[in-house]
Design a protein around this ligand. Structure first.
Ligand code: UDP
Ligand code: MG
Length: 136
């Protein structure tokens, strides 16, 4: 049975800065994702704090929010069968050092904080995150 889902993807500042936007989008497309909507934006630290609220007690929270708001990002709605899990698997492990060959983070990630992409971690959070950036 098919399970077409949408998930939120972000190309983070480290990747935009290195002009990897098109290469990363190509990886999504060749892996069967449709880009349903996208925009390049720069967010305020306060917006990053809301987006990453689930991590507010973590020691890296402030640096993470500072970083996500440090430069342009591309936010995208991706669609595919089982898009949430499929995107997590294409992204690879949070720490690029642990990411498998062929994943975006293995290929482009620099470090655990500069790991090039974000992806929703559940169907429920995908809806919340899509709504956060594309509420119109
Ligand atoms: N992060 C970090 N240090 C850590 C763990 C996470 O800087 O020790 C950052 C990293 O950029 C990661 C983001 O916080 O992508 C969100 O963490 P999460 O555990 O949700 O990882 P993800 O879902 O992005 O793989
Ligand atoms: Mg996460």
């Amino acid at each position: 049975m098919s399970n077409i889902e949408q998930t939120l993807s972000i190309i983070k500042p480290d990747a935009i800065e290195r002009n990897l936007e098109n290469e990363i989008k190509e990886m999504f497309k060749v892996n069967g994702f449709k880009i349903i909507n996208e925009k390049k934006i720069k967010i305020e630290k306060s917006e990053a704090e809301t987006f990453y609220k689930v991590h507010e007690t973590k020691p890296f929270y402030s640096d993470l929010c500072e970083y996500l708001s440090s430069g342009p990002i591309v936010v995208m709605i991706l669609e595919k069968d089982n898009a949430v899990l499929e995107n997590r698997s294409l992204m690879g492990a949070t720490n690029p050092k642990d990411a498998e060959e062929g994943t975006i983070r293995k290929k482009y990630g620099i470090s655990i904080d500069k790991n090039s992409v974000h992806g929703s971690d559940s169907a429920e959070n995908a809806k919340i995150e899509i709504n956060f950036f594309f509420k119109d």
